[in-house]
Write a protein that binds this ligand. Sequence first.
Ligand code: FAD
Length: 461
Amino acid sequence: MTTYASSLDDTLVERLQAAAHGEIVRPGDPDYDEARTVYNAMHDKRPAVVVRAVDVGDMVATVNFAREQDMLLAVRGGSHSVTGSGTCDGGVVLDLGRMRGVRVDPQTRTARAEGGCTWADFNHATHAFGLATTGGVVSTTGIGGLTTGGGMGHLARSCGLACDNLISADVITADGSFVTCSEERNADLLWALRGGGGNFGAVASFEYRLHPVADILGGPTFYPLDGDVIRRYRELIADSDEKLGALLVVGLGPPVPFLPERWHGRPLCAVVACWSGPEEEDDQVRARLAGLGPVLGQYVERMPYPVINTLFDEELPPGLFHYWKGTFSRGMADGAIDVYLEYGATTPTIQSSTVIFPIDGACHRVGPEDTAFAYRDAGFSTAIGPALLTRADCEANIGWARGFAAALEPHSLEGGYVNFMDNDDQVRVRANYRQNYDRLTEIKRHYDPGNLFRLNHNIAP
Ligand code: FAD
């Protein structure tokens, strides 16, 4: 079925241009290199055409074009996919990066956001009303890939995953139809979008439930890389209020002014807190953080919620070379902590931190079959992500990431989080969806029998 057309007939492209309002970029155009580039520099692909869609009409035209020409189709939102699935060789890229409008309804506490929004776009719009929902911890990540994969972030313990807050979506399916899905209409499609990835169509807009979160107390506290610190972190997650988001980061000290220079580039761990509870309890939260171990450095302040999601932005600019592994675990076994210590100490670069997301609380109040995201019994999700300055350096550290994930395996559940996995994890796709895989296959067969949307952790129809 796949046609890797390296060049396209001019008449065909003219026909596509006539059907689209957005810009069409082809090899040889001045913008081509910019248009084909994705966040993860490991994926240096050369599509035949990039459509910079500006509206639903452009999306429909692009989906129809790719299907009719039997070409590979990549859908790109924020472009952060580790697997580089927002681009392809010789095919069509549907780039939603110019569709970034957000409409907030403060009365119903909902927001409808276009498919190319980043979390920065989304948080900016909702914060104006003192509202927020769970999104990614880096502001440049797209809502599209993150939400359809599940979506973990600082508010997950109290508000659930991003996909749990998805209440409806407008989707362009493989036959070019415009399908609205919600609990009432096409509920099977909504169910699949809540964790099943980009398998079912291109989402023109996502509608989310919002929560009253305006300012928070948050930021990182750095500690020595020590088993007792991590064990106390485990206790913190077990007995603290769900309004305390707290990521554990294992890696090398970043060159930030609030961490003494002697710790820059040295192994340590950090807890990145996000307390969205009452301000009167800030001091108790500070005391809990201070009690985890010797504090090497700290920046924990009151800030607008969108700001906490920008703290990693500078450390993780586009253009680094990434390779990732993802695991789920029910709890955090002492054996897993030993692995964090061992591999944390040999973290290759400052940007390569291992991030452990707690996914309990509200995430566990959704049943394992209520959404496509099946791992409702997982308490933690670990992202191991070497990020380096050159391809050669990244390739040299793939073994480190694989070794780390393999060492965690005895303490992990079978599947992992699709958004933290690389291309060599495609073999795990059934395990990633567990008991929901068969239902996802049926829904895939209904909406995309020809597997047009296959550049993802693919659920084959
Ligand atoms: P893209 O590369 O644009 O898209 C990835 C895939 O998602 C596409 O191939 C497509 O299949 C699908 N997709 C995207 N938009 C649409 C759409 N509108 N309609 C249909 N399908 C679409 N994950 C978390 O859960 N929490 C985090 O805090 C987090 N932080 C991250 C930080 C960084 C720096 C990076 C690189 C990744 C992070 N991730 C996180 C993982 C992230 O969820 C995935 O990389 C996700 O795929 C990114 O989505 P995107 O829209 O930016 O990517």
